[in-house]
Design a protein around this ligand. Structure first.
Ligand SMILES: Nc1ncnc2c1ncn2[C@@H]1O[C@H](COP(=O)(O)OP(=O)(O)OP(=O)(O)O)[C@@H](O)[C@H]1O
Length: 361
């Protein structure tokens, strides 16, 4: 990305012998909504805290709008923050909470008044200015925290799992509000979550963390359809991983040869990250078509051991001749399981470019 607004360069953080963040480099555009997604302990919060100034990284640089941030103390970085635990001042009303950062910045009384009104309207809490935080629900408190963080028009807003304490329905409601507020204000947002659905719903781009590194950065679409590594393919959405040999690698593609001799040409080939042996072919359950043996279609034969009705689709679970389990999601609109059930053998087909080979060999 050429128009980098926030640059994170080679951030590394160690605690004694623990490597919390190994080496993170990332450019974020002005107005972008970028999410750090990844399993617990993968280094998301540590990276965010380095930008916030709560924890100095062991090495690396952070540049915001041309200015080096790491030598500036946290409270002078002018960055907005919203965290998991409600961090409102309990003895101040909602209005006073939102006014707080403006008072610290010595804004005039009239400016504070109009800004507080504007912010409460933005988070749709205009009728609650006089309440205390303890008189509000968790979701409302997080919206006040958001209003307070945005009150002084920070160039960047950092959010660390802000919705993880809320139930699913409330989370989805506030996600919709966060999207709207991002559109209306144009603020650059860095958001941390371990919930892939939340990341897909909110983000322009996602940086997927694993063991202190970013495995891939891209749109949700990129990560879902073009995963760069086995880890990305396994973390986002559902995938089948099948044992395979990759042969005749050429121009980023190879032939997949399964243990039963079934072959598929022209599968996109990726060199996988460290820690994985051999080769696997990854294919999504919904990318697979079923051919019943009667139609004599080619493909990878499996023996079905279970079918499940999912409403709009049938889930078909089967086993290859060498004992690997495969899951297929067969839409009813495309004929569902084609009349096949447990005990039947069917052939699986898919377009080569809708699968991926990950290989270290
Ligand atoms: N103060 C600390 N002392 C020692 N190790 C730490 C410290 N803070 C974090 N770590 C370790 O650094 C690694 C990264 O932690 P971090 O909190 O950044 O992960 P995360 O991806 O944000 O996880 P979560 O989703 O659980 O918050 C973890 O292994 C963690 O145990």
């Amino acid at each position: 990305m050429t128009d980098s607004f926030l640059s994170i360069k080679n951030i590394r953080k160690t605690y004694g012998s623990v490597i919390a963040v190994e080496d993170v480099t990332l450019d974020i555009a002005k107005g972008e909504f970028l999410t750090f997604l990844g399993p617990s302990g993968s280094g998301k919060s540590t990276t965010l805290f380095a930008i916030a100034g709560f924890e100095a990284p062991t090495s690396g640089e952070v540049i915001l709008d041309g200015q080096a941030l790491l030598d500036i103390p946290s409270h002078k970085r002018n960055i907005g923050m919203v965290f998991q635990r409600y961090t409102l001042f309990p003895h101040l009303t909602v209005g006073e909470n939102v006014a707080f950062p403006l008072r610290v910045r010595r804004k005039s009384a009239s400016e504070i008044k109009s800004k507080v009104a504007e912010m409460l309207e933005l988070v749709q809490l205009q009728d609650m200015a006089d309440r205390l935080p303890s008189q509000m629900s968790g979701g409302q408190q997080q919206r006040v925290a958001l209003a307070r963080a945005l009150a002084y028009d920070p160039p960047v807003l950092l959010m660390d799992e802000p919705l993880s304490a809320l139930d699913k329905k409330l989370r989805e409601e506030i996600q919709t509000q966060i999207r709207r507020i991002h559109k209306e204000t144009g603020v650059t947002i860095l958001y941390v979550t371990h919930d892939q659905e939340e990341a897909l719903r909110l983000s322009d781009r996602i940086a997927l963390f694993n063991q202190g590194r970013i495995e891939q950065v891209g749109t949700g679409h990129d990560l879902y359809f073009n995963p760069a590594t086995r880890f990305v393919a396994g973390f986002i959405g559902n995938s089948n991983f099948l044992e395979v040999e990759a042969q005749g690698a050429r121009d980023g593609r190879a032939k997949a040869v399964f243990p039963d001799g079934t072959q598929m040409d022209g599968v996109p080939l990726h060199t996988d990250g460290a820690g994985n042996e051999g080769s696997v072919l990854m294919v999504r359950p919904e990318a697979i078509r079923l051919e019943t043996a009667a139609s004599q279609g080619a493909g990878l034969p499996i023996r079905i051991f279970d079918t499940t009705f999912l409403g709009d689709a049938i889930q078909v679970d089967g086993r290859t001749s060498w004992g690997q389990t495969v899951t297929v999601r067969a839409p009813l609109s495309a004929g569902g399981a084609q009349g096949a059930g447990p005990g039947d053998t069917v052939n699986l087909q898919w377009n080569a470019e809708e699968s991926h080979l990950f290989s270290n060999g």
